[in-house]
Design a protein around this ligand. Structure first.
Ligand code: NAP
Ligand code: ZN
Length: 352
């Protein structure tokens, strides 16, 4: 077993703190990665605080991982020692169900293995995520990362990037489409960049008036403060698609009413409580509400290559691991520009 250092949540209410644990040895098909950077997703916070139920404490969050390969198993074909690699939200799936056969491991009919907080086959302990110095992952769930990029800014692509890229691709967003993005946080700012790069007219729908200039700098064409009734009227029955990234309980009626006839709102945010929605909002206008979960491994690689080609990176604030609890507080307050990324070298300076 491999002695590993990290940070964990030990219960829903205490701050995250240093945690030493063991990872499995590098198997024939495994890759050992020294973690350089790990993004901080709102899903980390939901899980650490037990908001979704089923937290397997201690929880080591983190599923936006970029690092360097330290070791490969005897049968590893796609990766070599010294290369840069990424790991997103999944580290395993059955590889045999229809969804896995379609390259949609995130919809694995036997349940994918999450990068953290999933039972780990063959071990008593759960999977532990990227708030740590190293990780062992099957090569089928490792991504190739081009080294000539700002690697800290690449890390959030592994979740925020693919979670927004996948629905934009699935619903064929292109020039001529009007896309609304609800919530300018980690996912939202990537949705703006990606939808704009695909040629769509992008409008940010935000509760925070002070984010207007940033929204424009990120590539948005319009900015609507959702508390401003007059501004909302101007985009009534307007959008072909709305990407909804809100992490808290909200009424969906107001947002759905901004869809044109046959428009689609794609839910990405997973608030702990069910949202409200009146059937009439959908019926009048034949509107649709859909959901989308991260993306498959092949599509994640496609997204990473697309972003490298188009020079799309996340806008980040780099933090040390011992600032993670403050970062969670700021994320809850909507005060992130626009993703925190942990510099994992800072772990060496803690007492873990
Ligand atoms: P985040 O950085 O905290 O951004 C969420 C944004 O939502 C905030 O910046 C804020 O934007 C807006 N917001 C927050 N509270 C709100 C409220 N009460 N009413 C209206 N808007 C509110 O979070 P994230 O990392 O982007 O994650 C967003 C959600 O997606 C989380 O629930 C996360 O678990 C989920 N997620 C889903 C997937 C998936 O596969 N579907 C993948 C990753 C994450 P404004 O200030 O602009 O209003
Ligand atoms: Zn995430």
């Amino acid at each position: 077993m491999l002695e590993t250092k990290g940070y964990a949540a030990f219960d829903p209410n205490s701050p995250l703190a240093p945690f030493n644990f063991e990872r499995r040895d590098v198997g024939a098909h495994d890759v050992l990665i020294q973690i350089l950077f790990c993004g901080v997703c709102h899903s980390d916070l939901h899980t650490a605080k037990g908001e979704w139920g089923g937290a397997l404490y201690p929880v080591v969050p983190g599923h936006e991982i970029v690092g360097r390969i330290l070791k490969v198993g005897d049968h590893v074909k796609k990766f070599a020692v010294g290369e840069m690699a990424g790991v997103g939200c999944m580290v395993g799936s059955c590889q045999s169900c229809p969804s896995c056969a379609d390259g949609l491991e995130q919809y694995c009919e036997n349940g994918f293995i999450g990068t953290y907080n999933s039972p780990e086959p063959g071990l008593e302990t759960p999977t532990y995520g990227g708030y740590s110095n190293q990780i062992v992952v099957s090569e089928n769930f490792v991504l190739k990362i081009r080294e000539d990029q700002d690697l800290a800014r690449v890390a959030p692509l592994l979740c925020a990037g693919i979670t927004t890229f996948s629905p934009l691709r699935h619903w064929g967003v292109r020039q001529g489409h009007k896309v609304g993005v609800v919530g300018l946080g980690g996912l939202g700012h990537m949705a703006v960049k990606l939808a704009a790069s695909m040629g769509a007219e992008v409008t940010v729908l935000s509760t925070s008036p002070n984010k207007e200039a940033d929204a424009q700098a990120l590539g948005a064409h319009k900015f609507v403060v959702t508390k401003d009734q007059e501004a909302l009227k101007e985009v009534s029955s307007y959008f072909d698609f709305i990407i909804n990234t809100v992490s808290a309980k909200v009424s969906l009626d107001m947002y759905a009413s901004l869809l044109r006839r046959d428009g689609t709102m794609i839910l990405l945010g997973v608030p702990p409580e069910a949202p409200e929605l009146h059937a009439g909002t959908l019926i009048f206008g034949r509107r649709r509400i859909a959901g989308s979960l991260i993306g498959g491994i092949a599509e994640t690689q496609e997204m990473l290559d697309y972003c490298a080609e188009h020079n799309i990176l996340s806008d980040i604030e780099v933090i040390n691991i011992n600032q993670i609890n403050t970062a969670y507080d700021r994320m809850l307050a909507g005060d992130v520009k626009y993703r925190f990324v942990i510099d994992m070298a800072s772990l060496e300076n803690t007492n873990a």
